[in-house]
Each structure stands twice: as C-alpha cells, then as structure tokens.
Design a protein around this ligand. Structure first.
Ligand code: ADP
Ligand code: MG
Length: 315
C-alpha cells in the first residue's frame, strides 16, 4: 500500500535520512519509532508529499508521490507534528474549508457530521479553535486528516503535550481507526507503539534499525531483566560481588548515594530470578539491601541494542 524505497534526505552535508526502505501493507497499524531527531517527521513529510526527498521513491497504492502527487495524496490523511489549524475559525468552518481544499465530492454535511462523531468533537463544532483545549485541538487535527475518507492515515507524535486522560482517548481513537484504515503512528514513545501497533519500524539517526512484529520486538527488548538496587556497603566490593552472582549480565554503579548506601542497576538473564540469591548474598556479607525494584529498559538502551544487533548481522 505504501512502498518507501531508498529514501535519502540531506540538509546541507548532513543526512537526515540515510537510505530508508520499508513497505506498509493494507490494514496494518505500523508504529514508526525513534528518538528525537531520528528522522521520523522528515520521513512522514516526504511520504505525504509535503517535502521533497534528495533521492528515493514513495509509491502509494501504485501512485508515485512525486510524479502523481494529487492522486497519491488523496489516499493519505495526515496529522503532522504541528497540526495546520486555522485558529480564528470555528471547528465547523475549518472542516468545511479543509473539505473544499481537498476537493471532496462526498455529501459535505453528512461527511463532516460523521467525522465529528468519530472524533467526538460535535459539542465544540461552533467554537473557535483557538479557545479549545490541546486535547480538542488534537481531535480537530485528526478530523481534518479523516476528511475525504483516505484509506491511509499518518499520525506524527499525536499525543505529545496531552494530559494522561487525553493520551488514552487519542490512542483509543487511533486503535479504532486502525480497524478500518491503514495507519502509521510515528512517535518516540515505546509504550505507545507497543499498545497500539501490530508492527514496529524503528529508526535511529536516519537509518532503519528494526522492522518487526510488535510481539517479536517485545521479546528482543525484554531479553534481560533490570533491577535498581540500593545497598549499604563499600561500592567496589559490592559491585564485584554482584557481578559474580550467577545470572547477572551487567552491573552499573550510579552516581547516587545515600549515606553509605550506593545505587546499582543490575541486568540479569530473563529466565533466572536472581532476587533471592541477591538478598542472601548481600545479607551474608553484612551489606543490607535498602531497596530493590524492577526497572524497564531505557529507550536509548533499546536503540543501542537494536543498532548493535543489526550491525552484528552485517546488514
Ligand atoms: P524526528 O521527527 O524523528 O524528531 P526530524 O525528522 O524532525 O526528526 O529530524 C531529523 C534530523 O534532520 C534532525 O537531525 C534535524 O535536526 C534535521 N532537520 C530536520 N529539519 C531540518 C531542516 N529544515 N534543516 C536542517 N536540518 C533539519
Ligand atoms: Mg518529529
């Protein structure tokens, strides 16, 4: 449905995108995950025809976005990182305006009514956009993307700046749209793609470093279990002892101390629960354990891991 081949984007001498290729199939909800500056917005802006690439092609349902932009663009609804809202219009005026702009031929009022229902903005349709909360503004942005019934919808960082309740609502809306649309969700939030998408493409520094089903990626990144542990005792000796525990993969001493207690991050193999052994070993040594909690992997670590993995495969 969307074929991205060998996309390159240079700003001056710097590569924002360095030979990116992937294909999105009809009906998929694909997460496009990467840290800030990875090249997500650049990719989405090229895929939607808002930005020219330095080289490479994007083909949407057989139509090249550069050679056939009008037809290709009709197939895509886009919520950019900065939604293109005209804040001095009411919601209704704005959606009418977008309808005309897109040259829609559907029944105007019926179509806009349907979209306002789906995005739950009926109650604010006569209000000026500038007076809406960030959450409502974002829904108006989503409504704008849905006008013309495009089969593909692309969201770029749709939950940034929203409060937790609004985040849940927007994610639910995206999930529901995914039942009837092909969706690309671009975000730097790992849990967001894990909860919404069935496939995840990971980008880092302008390169694709992973492209996997969500469940497979979850396995990759949950390979090891991490604990944050606080131990009262001499830092070097404690560190050495922890390193020698069976099942421990790595120890990191944090620059955090509380009187004579230091904090460590312990990474252990996934199938070994080191906690009992850890507790007993420290007790035997006379170094009380003052705290133990599981911690998730840091997003940065995941990108490093995925990048390393890819390097090892020699790709
Ligand atoms: P993301 O959306 O993943 O945060 P972007 O696609 O916005 O990343 O940016 C990718 C890289 O391209 C970044 O290093 C960014 O600084 C650079 N970049 C983006 N837009 C421009 C621009 N107009 N001019 C120069 N560099 C840019
Ligand atoms: Mg961005």
């Amino acid at each position: 449905m969307v074929e991205i081949k060998n996309l390159v984007k240079k700003y001056g001498n710097k590569y924002a995108l360095d030979d990116i290729s992937f294909t999105i199939n009809s009906g998929e909800i694909v997460g496009f995950l990467g840290p800030n500056g990875a090249g997500k917005s650049t990719t989405m802006n090229i895929v939607t025809g808002y930005l020219a690439s330095t080289s490479g092609t994007v083909v949407v349902d057989g139509k090249d976005i550069f050679e056939n932009p009008l037809e290709a663009k009709k197939l895509i609804g886009y919520l950019p990182e900065q939604p293109p809202l005209y804040v001095d219009m009411t919601v209704q005026e704005y959606l009418n305006f977008v309808f005309e702009l897109k040259g829609c031929t559907l029944n105007k009022q019926k179509h806009i009514d349907e979209i306002c229902t789906i995005t739950k903005i009926i109650s604010v349709r006569h209000r000026l956009i500038k007076n809406l909360s960030k959450g409502y503004k974002q829904r108006v942005g989503i409504a704008q993307a849905l006008i013309g019934n495009p089969p593909i919808i692309i969201f770029d960082e749709p939950t940034v700046g929203l409060d937790p309740k609004q985040i849940i609502e927007v994610r639910n809306l995206i999930r529901n749209l995914g039942k009837t649309h092909t969706v690309i969700l671009s975000t730097h939030i790992l849990s967001e793609v894990q909860s919404v998408c069935n496939r995840i493409v990971v980008i880092n520094s302008g390169k694709i470093v992973a492209d996997e089903k969500t469940e497979n990626l979850n396995k990759t990144i949950n390979e090891n279990t991490r604990y944050r542990v606080k131990v009262s005792g001499p830092q070097r000796d404690v560190s050495q002892t922890l390193r020698n525990l069976p099942g421990v993969v790595s120890i990191e001493s944090l620059n955090e101390r509380d009187a004579d207690a230091f904090v460590y991050i312990i990474e252990s193999e996934p199938n070994i629960d080191i906690r009992k052994k850890l507790f007993k070993t420290l007790a035997d040594k006379g170094w009380p354990m003052l705290g133990l909690e599981g911690v998730g992997a840091e997003l940065e670590d995941i990108f490093i891991k995925l990048t390393d993995k890819k390097g090892k495969k020699g790709e």
